[in-house]
Design a protein around this ligand. Structure first.
Ligand SMILES: Nc1ncnc2c1ncn2[C@@H]1O[C@H](COP(=O)(O)OP(=O)(O)OP(=O)(O)O)[C@@H](O)[C@H]1O
Length: 381
């Protein structure tokens, strides 16, 4: 057995690659902290399940290594890894009752037996709120109940790591909230580290303390969920992570970490994370001519709206700002928030809290000054 140099990581993937048919996972490297909660996100077909199954040991790697607690487990069979796996569609045995499904566990596919197994199963069922379902069969359970049984089964073998594949998809919002709470409890109270696959970035942000964003079998960006949310570093990441304002822009010049770029609404200063001017995606609408461009990104909640005739929000002007004029086109109420659609040469979305809105409502047709701090404006390509 080989030992990795990074003893502090619980799980470490080093340059993992494997292929299945035409698809391959390439050069995947990441670390899971002890008791960490890692969320793997990305659109459908980007390889999330394949990566999870590789960690579980169900798929063999072609090259690279996987370490658990510093020990190379690349060739360790799944049953010896002691990882609990729960799939999106639950994959419960249809001819076994809930009790039997949970007792079946996952270890070596053997029925766990004895009083201690029975006691553990009952405790798990109690904590998952499924004690009343033990004699039922999977076809007579709701989606949320099936997910809870599936989670109980994955936990039955006392896993050293819990692997979850879309555990909350297809659940209604209320059941999903309850399951999220349950998962958080399992993670925090039992201290079980989790790797959780989802295509829902809001769920990822809510649940994870580490995040991997995947794209076509590779890692596009990795880090703390809030860092990815605040500053996705590519157009792909910005789209996936729901950046509301992605305005086609052409970079003109650069001053350290700040790039000055042109949109139709004028020149903007933006943070620029990487030297990716060359080889970026071409601005989609081609309105900016033939030069390669990227996107100026601003989250709608970071945009500030003021009257063009007043010197409102002096706090805003205490740091470098981008400022331009726009016209309110449409206003949409979103419960706790209000979204204001503005149109100048470019189209912008502003998200205000209901309180901000009450202090200063605007109507369609009104001229407004939009401002955003440079440190909330960034450029991607
Ligand atoms: N055994 C296989 N043979 C051929 N192609 C495969 C095989 N297993 C997976 N694939 C392909 O690999 C790609 C990645 O699949 P995977 O299930 O990991 O995606 P995913 O990101 O989990 O998607 P989803 O969110 O839809 O579950 C898909 O295009 C899939 O069709």
């Amino acid at each position: 057995m080989n030992h990795t140099e990074t003893e502090s990581a619980l799980l470490e993937a080093k340059n993992l690659s494997l292929s299945a048919g035409d698809f391959c996972l390439s050069d995947i490297s990441f670390q899971l902290k002890p008791q960490g909660y890692l969320v793997i996100v990305g659109p459908t077909g980007c390889g999330k399940t394949m990566l999870l199954e590789t960690i579980a040991g169900i798929r063999n790697i072609d090259s690279g290594s996987l370490y658990f607690n510093g020990i190379d487990i690349s060739a360790t069979p799944p049953e010896e890894r002691r990882f609990g796996l729960a799939y999106q569609d639950s994959l419960l045995y249809p001819f076994l009752s809930v009790r039997e499904n949970i007792l079946f566990g996952v270890r070596k596919g053997e029925q766990l037996e004895g009083e201690s197994a029975k006691k553990r199963m009952e405790e798990l069922a109690e904590s998952m709120g499924i004690s009343h379902l033990l004699e039922r069969f999977p076809q007579h359970l709701s989606g949320g109940e099936r997910q809870r049984v599936s989670l109980a089964r994955a936990l039955m073998s006392d896993p050293a790591l819990l692997l979850l594949d879309e555990p909350l998809s297809a659940l209604d919002p209320r059941t999903r909230d309850m399951m999220q709470e349950l998962l958080r409890r399992v993670h925090q109270e039992k201290g079980i580290p989790v790797i959780h696959v989802t295509h829902d970035f809001e769920e990822a942000i809510r649940m994870g303390d580490q995040m991997l964003l995947m794209r076509e079998g590779k890692i596009e960006q990795a880090g703390a969920p809030m860092d990815l949310y605040a500053k996705p570093q590519s157009a792909y990441a910005a789209r996936f992570l729901g950046v509301d304002n992605m305005i086609p822009a052409i970079p003109d010049r650069q001053d350290g970490p700040i790039v000055f770029c042109r949109c139709q609404d004028g020149e903007f200063a933006a943070e620029w994370h990487e030297n990716r001017f060359l080889g970026g995606e071409k601005a989609e609408n081609g309105e900016h001519g033939h030069r390669q461009g990227g996107w100026l990104c601003v989250r709608a909640e970071q945009l500030q709206m003021a009257s063009p005739f007043s010197n409102e929000s002096p706090e805003a002007f205490s740091r470098p700002m981008n400022r331009w004029l726009s016209v309110v086109e449409q206003v949409e109420m979103e419960g706790a928030h209000v979204v204001v659609y503005c149109r100048s040469k470019d189209a912008w979305r502003v998200r205000l809290s209901s309180r901000e809105w009450q202090q200063r409502p605007v109507s369609p047709g009104e001229l407004v000054a939009l401002t955003v701090a440079v440190d909330h404006t960034w450029y991607v390509c």
